[in-house]
Design a protein around this ligand. Structure first.
Ligand code: GDP
Ligand code: MG
Length: 589
């Protein structure tokens, strides 16, 4: 009795919570303020944006890997679980919320409610969390406090006195937020005597300790005993159990309701799937899996080729290193006669793809050519079987195809009403189907069905620019729909270059083919003789450009890329490094 009572009272002093917000609304800054206020870090240890450890996270100001941290405040243990802000990692957000009883809903008072604010609120609401609304950045002169208050009250059905006005930057009222967490968020409900059930929030790889799971113990206790992973059916013994304070600090056990880490000694994080359940090996047949487990599915595919063919081994090594900490990253080797050896990589979304590509270039010093991003298609054949197509070259012959289906995203767009016409026109061009509109003060929420293929190009940038930066969007996949699409092939000097093939809606195929051929004309170096550059659909030429004879030229990137990167490529080439030796039968040097 006494023993249960002490366990109970410590559990009563635990609060597990997250901060949810639209990107840039101040989540990381507020986390910093919490760390200082609770003296979890000393002023000497403190550096801004403590939890964004990766240089790209620091620089882009986004959180990629979520990181939990334990704080002591007024006799309470507060476990704050930071979440990745980007839509590609939406599944990780919902798994970290599943580890909490409450969430601070942070709204930038200069921006108001945005797409991710609402999307994350829905996630938290669905999991039954206590939600504490906070208006942030009230120190700014441009803060529209009254307007944002009204919006917040209307959207989330809360009264004015439930909303905290704060500034993460000046730390005004940050103590009130923590006080609300203590008073309003319920302590974890636990059954400490039950068999172990722990949720994997995320996982990282450590050279010494192996794969490490960040966990929330839902029931029972996590201690040094033989353990078992339900989804990956893996048995192992813990190497170390600990908490984040904020650095890893070993403890004897993690009890029900607690958040911490578990070093598994396993050699690969593929065993530690986000959302999986850890139990004791002994209880593995009695314990049921926690709800919501999903295997991450790559949605966007891209091929990466080193500019210098000798860098292929280095590219493979670098990718293997990145994969150590990113179970969602999938790739395999591929070869193109024009571009040499490369990797075909599957990503969760376009942002995930950009981050990986940037890390390969910056951290591993690789110069890469990336093919255009593509989505996964489904093909129903005339024999009525279903094929999953991850690359245009896997498309069967058109005569065998009964139907092609493309991934569709349920998309929510927030826009000030003055840009409404432009947004609707733009989405129509992008084959969007408008399902619903809702007024929110002087802004409008639009619910769309949009093809993922349209979203993964520069959709977000275009939406931002046509709305002067004010519109925001959030999407989640909602299934596949039939599409009238065709494969467009590119031929250089009459030779098919498979790496350049792409899928397009039939009505746009010709324009897209022509655009790519025009772009190729600028990047393929001239030869001693004339070279035709052609786009074709099923053998029929739809566009042609002619590269006139000779003038030694340099190679730019085929798809986008910024100027500095292009300059680097030029420098590298001028240093005499070998670029693509051949495009088809065309010599490049
Ligand atoms: P996150 O993307 O939600 O993690 O947002 P960050 O914490 O990275 O903040 C985005 C930007 O807003 C940064 O430049 C912060 O310095 C700034 N910021 C965050 N909170 C405040 C605040 O309360 N007042 C002011 N003036 N700026 C803030
Ligand atoms: Mg952040």
């Amino acid at each position: 009795m006494t023993k249960t009572a002490t366990t109970q009272s410590t559990t009563n002093k635990i609060r597990n919570f997250s901060i949810i917000a639209h990107i840039d609304h101040g989540k990381t800054t507020l986390t910093d303020a919490f760390l200082q206020l609770t003296q979890t870090v000393t002023p000497q240890q403190f550096r801004e944006r403590m939890l964004d450890s990766n240089p790209i996270e620091q620089e882009r100001g986004v959180t990629i890997k979520l990181a939990p941290v334990r704080m002591q405040y007024q006799g309470y243990t507060l476990n704050l679980i930071d979440t990745p802000g980007h839509v590609d990692f939406g599944y990780e957000v919902s798994r970290s919320l599943a580890a909490c009883e409450g969430a601070v809903l942070l709204i930038d008072a200069t921006q108001g409610i945005q797409a991710q604010t609402l999307a994350n609120w829905h996630k938290a609401q669905a999991l039954g969390l206590t939600i504490i609304p906070v208006l942030n950045k009230i120190d700014l002169a441009s803060a529209e406090i009254e307007q944002t208050l009204l919006e917040t009250m209307e959207t989330f059905n809360v009264s004015e006195d439930e909303i905290i006005l704060a500034s993460a930057k000046t730390q005004e009222n940050v103590d009130k937020i923590l006080q609300a967490v203590i008073n309003q968020v319920p302590p974890p409900k636990t059954t400490p005597k039950a068999a172990l059930q722990a949720l994997i929030i995320t996982s990282v790889f450590d050279a010494h300790k192996g794969a490490i799971a960040y966990v929330r113990v839902m029931q029972g206790a996590l201690k040094n005993q033989s353990l078992y992973l339900l989804a990956t059916q893996t048995k192992f013994s813990p190497k170390e159990i600990g908490v984040f304070a904020p650095n890893m600090k070993p403890v004897k056990e993690l009890r029900a309701g607690e958040v911490g880490y578990l070093a598994t000694g396993l050699k690969d994080i593929k065993f530690l799937k986000i959302g999986d359940t850890i139990t004791s090996n002994q209880a593995r047949n009695q314990v049921t899996a926690l709800p919501g487990f999903k295997n991450p599915q790559p949605m966007v595919f891209m091929e990466l080729y080193p500019i210098d063919n000798h860098d292929f081994a280095a590219l493979k090594d670098a990718m293997a290193k990145l994969k150590l900490n990113d179970a969602a990253l999938k790739y395999r080797a591929t070869h193109s006669p024009a571009l040499g050896n490369g990797l075909r990589v599957g990503f969760l979304g376009i942002f995930h793809a950009e981050v990986i590509r940037e890390r390969l270039e910056r951290e591993f010093n690789l110069e890469l050519i990336a093919t255009a991003p593509a989505v996964t298609y489904q093909v129903i054949t005339k024999q009525n079987s279903k094929l999953v197509i991850n690359h245009p070259n896997e498309m069967p012959d058109p005569s065998e195809i009964a139907e092609i289906q493309e991934p569709i995203a349920k998309t929510m767009i927030f826009s000030p009403s003055e840009y409404l016409d432009k947004v609707i026109k733009f989405c129509r061009q992008k084959r969007g189907r408008l399902l619903n509109t809702t007024n929110l003060g002087n802004r409008i929420k639009l619910d769309y069905q949009l093809p993922l293929a349209e979203l993964i190009t520069d959709f977000h940038d275009q939406l931002k620019s046509l709305s002067s930066g004010f519109a925001s969007l959030e999407y989640e996949l909602s299934g596949y729909k039939p599409v009238d699409a065709v494969k467009v092939d590119i031929l250089i000097n009459k030779e098919l270059i498979p790496a350049l093939s792409f899928m397009a809606v039939r009505a746009e195929a010709e324009t897209k083919g022509r655009t790519l051929v025009k772009r190729l004309k600028k990047v393929v170096p001239r030869q001693l003789f004339e070279i035709p550059l052609q786009a074709a659909i099923g053998g029929k030429i739809i566009a042609r450009e002619t590269l006139r004879a000779y003038r030694k030229d340099v190679t730019a990137k085929l798809y986008g890329g910024d100027r500095t990167r292009r300059m680097k490529l030029l420098q590298k080439q001028s240093k005499g490094k070998k670029k693509m030796k051949q495009v088809g039968k065309v010599e490049l040097n």
